[in-house]
Design a protein around this ligand. Structure first.
Ligand SMILES: Cc1cc2nc3c(=O)[nH]c(=O)nc-3n(C[C@H](O)[C@H](O)[C@H](O)COP(=O)(O)OP(=O)(O)OC[C@H]3O[C@@H](n4cnc5c(N)ncnc54)[C@H](O)[C@@H]3O)c2cc1C
Length: 456
């Protein structure tokens, strides 16, 4: 790209919005997945408003320049990997939020962190539930673009369940408003839903209207240790067939030990699996739910079951669970999966992953949003050892084959990005892939929005 073309972009944006210093732009090349195929952008644009984003897209359409939208880069699939010769469009400066307590909605710009949306809602006695483990570091726009899940989603649903409307800038630079602060609205096709989870490939979200609900009641917590992953998986099915817990998380021995190495919660290092469950139903209903959880764990041979009403204690266990990914990353390079299966298949998934780990002679630490049937096998290896790297990739592919054989999904909440793209046709089939391509071509005929993500 010539300097003249870049000058034209600078001319239509506020001073300082276009950053070309390679020492700075290098920090925008990759997300947490550290995609080795990430390119080098010609510039990063730090937009401040919808009009800035429109100006970027008009310029990009005119000159056919690829644009990669980026929140805070906590993605785990290479979804915001930069493209050679392209622009990274960062929303980090788009941080306004307002709350309407009568309509029970928040209107947020995309660069606000998830935790900041929760805080703004809490100031009005309201709650924004979706809580990815990255809650303190991920943007609400990134959450919408990936349809992020999290820990309380087993009871309260995922990001899409809280998006009532949005403003989106399309590839040609036009801006549209979809939905709004209406609790019921079925006018036209469900276009808002189409953009949720579209990973920056169909448009750039510049504003979100989010549904808020009354605050979560105080939760009681159960922590149970098991001698085998099978018995923990059986306990999970027994729980979910009877109640809807507010949290139901699984950690295997490798993830328990990774956490203990870093935060020292006093978890049983010898346990083969641990369940962390919560009920936030008030009064007698909550007591019954906790009894059901404890009973299921005991029926399936838990070696230790601990329960507490103390909110701080419960939060400490939740924080330990949230720390599994960074704790595991301290052990070596990590290939991170995000697979999901129908609940009935959860035991086969968890035991299957254990078998793949043994067969491939590679450490796989598995942590799961178990109540949603969504597991994160974290394949840990020494990337300086070619043999270990090879075995890690074989294990990754075998886990993908396993979930497809179990009628599952290759991604439950992180998205496809670039790192899982080649597996997408195996899950969707040729006809659904073609439908995806037709929608992409209709909205982004020049193919300039996040090229290479999701669809090949
Ligand atoms: C420690 C850790 C724990 C995590 N735990 C969870 C978890 O429990 N559940 C979960 O779902 N995820 C989890 N994640 C993954 C990640 O935090 C989520 O995918 C999050 O939604 C990404 O937000 P981001 O702002 O970092 O987006 P980015 O990584 O910057 O971008 C993600 C994707 O969204 C697109 N995008 C970003 N902003 C916009 C926009 N405004 N318009 C259009 N497209 C856009 C990008 O192009 C890219 O494709 C975790 C990550 C980490 C590091």
């Amino acid at each position: 790209m010539t300097a003249v073309i870049l000058d034209q972009l600078e001319a239509v944006l506020p001073d300082g919005a276009v950053v070309t210093d390679p020492d700075i732009t290098a920090g925008y090349r990759q997300d947490w997945a550290a995609d080795p195929g990430a390119g080098t952008p010609v510039a990063v644009v730090r937009a401040t408003c919808t009009e800035d984003v429109q100006a970027v897209m008009r310029w990009a359409s005119q000159h056919r320049v690829p644009v990669v939208p980026r929140g805070t880069g906590t993605g785990l699939t290479g979804g915001s990997s930069a493209v050679d010769g392209g622009i990274v469009l960062s929303t980090e400066r788009m941080r306004a939020v307002s709350v309407d307590p009568i309509a029970r909605v928040a209107v947020a710009q995309p660069g606000l962190l998830n935790a900041e949306v929760k805080k703004a809602a809490a100031e009005h006695g309201l709650w924004y539930p979706p809580d990815p483990s990255s809650v303190d570091i991920c943007s609400i726009g990134g959450n919408a673009a990936t349809n992020a899940g999290g820990l309380c989603c087993v009871k309260y649903g995922v990001t899409t369940d809280y998006i009532l409307g949005m403003q989106v800038v399309l590839a040609d630079g036009s801006a549209v408003r979809l939905g709004g602060p209406l609790l019921k609205d079925v006018a036209g096709l469900s276009l808002t839903k189409l953009f949720v989870g579209s990973e920056g490939t169909l448009g750039i979200i510049t504003e979100l209207t989010l549904r808020l609900i009354p605050p979560q009641p105080s939760a009681s917590t159960v922590v149970a240790s098991f001698r085998s992953v099978e018995s923990a998986a059986d306990a999970i099915l027994m729980i979910t067939s009877q109640i809807r817990p507010a949290m139901l998380e699984f950690m295997d021995q490798a993830s328990i030990n990774a956490v203990e190495d870093t935060v020292r919660m006093g978890l049983d290092r010898n346990a083969r699996a641990l369940l962390l469950a919560q009920s936030d139903s008030p009064g007698a209903a909550g007591t019954r739910e906790i009894e059901t959880i404890v009973g299921a764990c005991e029926t399936h041979g838990a070696t230790e079951v601990f329960d507490t009403d103390n909110a701080e204690e419960g939060e400490a266990f939740t924080a330990a669970r949230r720390s599994v990914l960074p704790a595991t990353m301290a052990l070596g390079s990590v290939l991170l999966e995000d697979v999901g299966v129908p609940m009935r298949q959860l035991p086969s998934l968890i035991t299957g992953i254990e078998a793949i780990s043994e067969d491939c002679n590679i450490l796989i630490a598995t942590v799961a949003h178990a109540g949603d049937g969504n597991a994160h096998p974290l394949i840990v290896f020494d990337s300086t050892d070619p043999d270990a790297t090879e075995r890690a990739h074989v294990a990754f592919n075998r886990v993908m084959e396993l979930v497809i054989a179990l009628d599952g999904t290759i991604t439950g909440e992180h998205g496809i990005g670039r790192l899982k793209r080649d597996w997408l046709p195996r899950q969707l089939g040729a006809d659904v892939m073609e439908l995806n391509r037709r929608i992409k071509a209709a909205l982004d005929p020049l193919g300039i929005l996040n090229p290479g993500a999701v669809l090949a």
